[in-house]
Design a protein around this ligand. Sequence first.
Ligand code: SF4
Length: 199
Amino acid sequence: MTLAEHLTAILPPGGRLHFGELVLRRDANGHFSACHVRDESAVVSLEPADSVRELRDLAKYDAEGNYRPLKAAPGLRSGWITSTSVPQEFLKRLDAIYPGLFATWVAFDSGKLAAVPLRETLERQTGMYRAVGSITDEMATRILSELCQPGCLRRIVWTIGADDLPVFANRGSGEIPLLCTEACTFAVSRARELAKEAN
Ligand code: SF4
């Protein structure tokens, strides 16, 4: 099944799904649309953003003009709507807001993508990041509580060690979760800071 086929299957005509800070809808004629969840009841007054470039630009900065280096961080601007009847085009537009995250969920949900334990990610680092492999479990937990939980909407499905109990991320009804299947560069950088502080 292609990604577009997955999309049309989970979002049938008349359907509605949450995807991060977005609400995705499909009307009775099969048209797809997405807007900020805060704007759902104000659709008539929204600015159309009907190109990948426009959406990529609006995802770059928050409403105060601050750069958003982490695309899954809360703070996506509101006031716009994007719509198309072509599922492949709709997926490209979703990718402009949350790069690769629809495909990540489909791959994980169908068992084609496995989560990578944090220790495996850290032990793979080289050069100035090599020391990150020495962080304790307590430090790893701090990464989760200080970086991921307050600053990112992705749902972590990796564990700290390979033998830790897996966290299941089944799709709740009415949503496509933004999954985190492997710690990102921000988490690795935070691990480096913690390792340096400990020495
Ligand atoms: S490790 Fe995952 S959940 Fe944590 S900040 Fe990075 S992308 Fe977000």
